[in-house]
Design a protein around this ligand. Structure first.
Ligand code: SAM
Ligand code: DTB
Ligand code: SF4
Length: 351
């Protein structure tokens, strides 16, 4: 007999109605209680011994018209980063093949654009198709997108789009003046509506207050659906950028490691199905701090010795860290994607 019953999603959608007070209360927990709660949330939905490996490639570097105060690629920064043209498709595919050989699951391609121009789209589409053919997941971060461009990326089979909110809504204009927080949310909505998985997070350690970190997590955890991936970057202070220079002159400005771990833990508790990526800044983090981040629920990293323009920990250091901690590279599907598929199956079955 045909089963016509509406199948409830086996994983209920996580809460998106968090209040700032609730999130502030999580930050305020005694550290050991916070880590215990985060580890529980982590283990309820993920394997605690597995970490997803992603590789980044800058496919178009520097000369960006935006003025993000942390970024070496802004044309207004004096970071010495040379502006390049969009990379050739074959060179991108070669890099992706190397990343796959090194065990990476996802290939993330980043361009220093305010937004892609329509003339760039054919090459971008070839890159997505080529990387997918190799059996890797694709992620792009190209700046703001129109609904039409988003549809083109979805048709090409793009798996993820990265677009960070970076900080709390109220602090946004102190960090970037050439666009608004609402612009960021509009692109995230375009991506979500096109059926592309969302990757969105931000940067900790830009001289923000605890209240800003609460506002940052609150903004992500109250999106209509949580991002499938949440990158938590520690600011890499780059000489010649507004924030890099400002923090270099301010003693004790570097984010406290424990406060960074708290932010990871609160992201894990509030967005339990998402992949929480320990992103930029690992290069200058001790093994012990990274271990606390994994205990607090981080379960994804960028591999290799370069992020976009800044140095990354590197494969040898990561292999040693994984051996030390008994971690292994993740295989298989992410819980947030599986839950999304289950929800759409339940909807389709009901129809
Ligand atoms: N231009 C696109 C955009 O802004 O969406 C994509 C590239 S942009 C470099 C991607 C993200 O990298 C930023 O949103 C920011 O969160 C992160 N990032 C950039 N520079 C950083 C730094 N110095 N330290 C930490 N994270 C950084
Ligand atoms: C994200 O949140 N972090 C990555 C990725 N998304 C694109 C970028 C980090 C960039 C770090 C500074 C640099 O390499 O220039
Ligand atoms: Fe441009 Fe992106 Fe850097 Fe901002 S973060 S300056 S948009 S490359």
């Amino acid at each position: 007999m045909q089963d016509t019953a509406i199948r409830p999603a086996t994983r209920p959608a996580p809460r998106t109605d968090w209040t700032r007070e609730e999130i502030a209360a999580l930050f305020d927990l005694p550290f050991t209680d916070l880590l215990f709660r985060a580890a529980e949330a982590h283990r309820a939905h993920h394997r605690a011994d597995e970490v997803q490996l992603c590789t980044l490639l800058s496919i178009k570097t520097g000369g960006c018209p935006e003025d993000c105060g942390y970024c070496s690629q802004s044309a207004s920064a004096e970071s010495g980063v040379k502006a390049t043209k969009l990379m050739d498709v074959q060179a991108v595919l070669q890099s992706a093949a190397q990343a796959k050989d090194a065990g990476s699951q996802r290939f993330c391609m980043g361009a220093a654009w305010r937004n892609p121009k329509d003339r760039d789209m054919p090459a971008i589409i070839e890159m997505i198709k080529g990387v997918r053919q190799m059996g890797m997941e694709t992620c792009m971060t190209l700046g703001m997108l129109t609904p039409a461009q988003t549809a083109q990326l979805a048709d090409a089979g793009l798996d993820y789009y990265n677009h960070n909110i970076d900080t709390s809504p109220e602090r946004y204009e102190e960090i970037t003046t050439t666009r608004t927080f609402a612009d960021r949310i509009d692109t995230l909505a375009n991506v979500r509506n096109a059926g592309i998985n969302v990757c969105s997070g931000g940067i900790v350690g830009m001289g923000e207050t605890r209240a800003d970190r609460v506002g940052f997590i609150h903004a992500l955890a109250t999106l209509p659906a949580h991002p499938e991936s949440v990158p938590v970057n520690a600011l890499v202070p780059i000489k010649g950028t507004v924030l890099g220079d400002m923090l270099a002159d301010t003693p004790l400005a570097k984010i406290d490691d424990i406060e960074f771990v708290r932010t990871v833990a609160v992201a894990r508790i509030t967005m339990p199905l998402s992949m929480v990526r320990l992103s930029a800044g690992r290069e200058s983090m001790s093994d012990a701090t990274q271990a606390l981040c994994f205990l607090a629920g981080a379960n994804s990293i960028f591999t290799g010795d370069r992020l976009l323009t800044a140095a990354n920990a590197g494969d040898d250091a990561d292999a040693a860290l994984f051996a030390r901690l008994g971690l292994k590279p993740m295989e298989g599907e992410e819980p947030a994607r599986a839950a999304k598929a289950e929800r759409s199956c339940a909807g389709a079955c009901a129809a």
